[in-house]
Write a protein that binds this ligand. Structure first.
Ligand code: ADP
Ligand code: ZN
Ligand code: ZN
Length: 607
């Protein structure tokens, strides 16, 4: 990194450049700050500039947008650029436009947005480190990618896939919604469309909700596009890997980027297609710091770069669904809807069994109730005997949602927020799942000293324990965010499920997503009612998507499809959500929800 110049006053006519830096909110800094440089730096150049007492990374921005106070300063009052990051093409205009839009739309300062979406390492490297990174990148590029052994065997397209692809081959003036059941072959459509873009010399951005939950997609992409350079971008990479992959994409050397929400900001000079798989998934929304919806930004980006964007889902978000409703159905027709209702190869969805909890016998005095309704337990037992697997879903991790003192009524609240702290038995802690505040379980009630404080309710940890007790012949396993905290633990646990070493798998929504479990013939949602009456108006929508996705985990193998079942334990068996689920009728569910939202003046009718 050569210095921009060594001494401020040694050249005749310095150039003023506007540089975006990350300024704390309270400074109220909105636009770029002017700096001096002995060369006119093109917008998008990454530089290091003095800011306060530090030297920070910044990006040269387009002319004319600088902060007013900064514009008013004379050249003599400006500070010089400290260093220019050479050897890197400037961040393109389309990238700056995307970041500028995101900053405005989500009400963050331009600097905060800009620096947040750059690889973290880029902000910290010094001269020599930067030089080393570039050298390593050159080596990587020079090495090339191993050529493919042979062309991969492509399945013959189903009629629905062929139709979808035909529409995709048409004009790209609108985003596409690929609405296809689980197992309808959406991924195959993405891959074909990606192949087309790659053949035309374009780059492809393929977005997925959480990369570690979809290892199969990664290997499918790698297999299909052997000979192409594929990079992934997600928060699980080391900073060095993330910078490397980002640089490969930005320099145009990577052909396909497979990434999570943060990848929507990857500069790609030859971008030709954006795919957003499971577009309804909440993890496309960044919740901390600068908030954004990567799905919405993907739509914006596709429009501004005039490339196609395909949003895929079996249960689209209601906003997307509404946008894709044709005018004939009372919608705005902003997106083009491609429907693939059938599963490939006559695959059928499991039979839905709605189990009415109001009619299950109450336990007699003093008896502990069974962890699941007896009918459901029996169905699971049968699976265990036949050597089939069951998946039991409970969207609440930990042992029990709250500890309780029966003497004085104390409950394990969080002192920092309004949530209860969850009891985790493994390490005997009370943990707040909202703010993270964690403490050892107190020996006695902190309010009255009673030694007899007890768990109330049930989380996955306790359900696992209870099921192991009542199903002595079953090997019970668990997958949730607690089990998979440690690197590699999720992969290990998934492998043992695939290897058939687990008969009954207890899990949170984590296991409902994307896994191709071949031997699961029963999926049970143990406590799905909570979402029906939640204050968050999107809760029902999310729950429906989750249940549909969960059902898709069962009967994936044609040999067991016919005996596959999706169980729902509920106190509200006649609720319309379950009626729609019985028929896997997303369209009907969406239409009911839209009616409710319209009457209540909620999105997508109001924002
Ligand atoms: P989705 O992404 O909609 O869940 P996938 O693309 O994963 O569906 O397809 C489900 C299964 O069907 C996969 O095992 C896939 O390899 C297979 N498949 C997809 N399209 C075809 C096809 N046209 N012919 C045969 N098998 C297919
Ligand atoms: Zn007490
Ligand atoms: Zn808290």
């Amino acid at each position: 990194m050569p210095p921009c110049h060594s001494d401020q006053m040694t050249y005749a006519k310095p150039f003023r450049v506007g540089v975006v830096v990350e300024a704390p909110q309270h400074t109220g800094l909105l636009g770029p700050l002017d700096y001096l440089c002995d060369q006119d730096l093109p917008p998008g150049t990454i530089v290091r500039v003095p800011f306060g007492r530090r030297v920070v990374t910044g990006v040269v921005w387009d002319q004319g947008g600088s902060d007013e106070a900064s514009q008013a300063l004379s050249d003599e009052q400006l500070k010089p650029v400290a260093e220019v990051l050479t050897g890197l093409p400037p961040l393109p205009a389309s990238w700056r436009q995307l970041v500028q839009f995101a900053a405005g739309y989500y009400q963050r300062s331009l600097g905060e947005m800009t620096l947040m979406v750059l690889p973290p390492e880029l902000r910290q490297l010094d001269d020599t480190q930067w030089g080393r990174r570039l050298k390593r990148l050159d080596k990587d590029v020079a090495k090339g990618v191993a050529a493919a052994d042979a062309a991969p065997a492509l399945p013959e397209l189903t009629e629905q896939q062929a139709q979808a692809l035909q529409t995709l081959a048409g004009p790209v003036d609108k985003p596409f919604l690929l609405w296809g059941s689980t197992g309808s072959g959406k991924t195959e459509v993405y891959l074909r469309q990606a192949q087309k873009a790659l053949d035309e010399g374009r780059q492809v951005l393929m977005m997925v909700p959480e990369i570690n939950l979809t290892p199969q997609l990664e290997s499918r992409v790698a297999e299909r596009f052997a000979g192409r350079r594929i990079v992934s971008l997600h928060s699980g990479l080391t900073p060095a890997q993330r910078l490397r992959n980002w640089l490969l994409a930005h320099t145009g050397h990577a052909d396909l980027v497979l990434g999570t929400r943060l990848s929507v900001f990857t500069p790609m000079p030859r971008l030709g297609l954006i795919v957003v798989d499971e577009e309804h998934d909440p993890s496309y929304k960044q919740q901390d710091g600068a908030r954004y919806s990567a799905r919405d930004l993907a739509v914006y980006r596709a429009k501004s770069e005039k490339v196609a964007v395909v949003l895929g889902s079996a249960t689209p978000s209601l906003e997307t669904w509404y946008n894709a409703l044709p005018p004939a159905d009372g919608g705005p027709g902003r997106y083009v809807r491609l429907a693939m209702p059938a599963r490939v190869g006559d695959g059928i969805m499991p039979t839905v069994r709605v189990l009415d909890l109001t009619r299950t016998p109450k336990p007699q005095g003093g008896q502990t109730p069974p962890p699941l309704a007896l009918e459901l337990l029996k169905a699971i037992e049968q699976r265990v005997e036949r050597g089939e697997q069951s998946l039991v879903l409970l969207n609440r991790r930990g042992y029990a949602p709250v500890l309780h003192c029966s003497d004085c009524g104390w409950k394990s609240g969080c002192p920092h927020c309004s949530a209860w702290r969850v009891f985790h038995k493994v390490d005997r802690t009370l943990r707040c799942h909202h703010c993270g505040f964690t403490e050892r379980v107190p020996r006695a009630c902190p309010d009255c000293g009673n030694q007899d404080i007890a768990p109330m309710g049930r989380g996955t940890e306790r359900l696992e324990e209870q099921l192991a007790e009542v199903l002595p012949n079953a090997r019970v396993g668990r997958i949730d965010a607690d089990v998979t905290k440690h690197k590699g633990a999720l992969e290990e646990q998934l492998a043992s499920v695939h290897a058939g070493e687990v008969d009954v798998l207890v899990g949170t929504q984590m296991v409902a997503k994307g896994h191709d479990f071949r031997r699961i013939t029963l999926v049970a949602a143990v406590n799905p009612d909570a979402a029906l009456f939640a204050s968050d108006f999107r809760a029902a929508e999310r729950q429906f998507a989750l249940l549909m996705q969960a059902a898709g985990r069962a009967g994936r193998d044609a040999q067991v499809a016919a005996q596959s079942e999706m169980w729902v334990q509920t106190y509200h068996p006649t609720h319309p959500l379950y009626a729609c689920l019985r028929r896997y009728d997303y369209a009907e569910f969406a239409s009911q929800q839209l009616k409710e939202r319209e009457m209540a003046g909620l999105p997508p009718y109001a924002s």
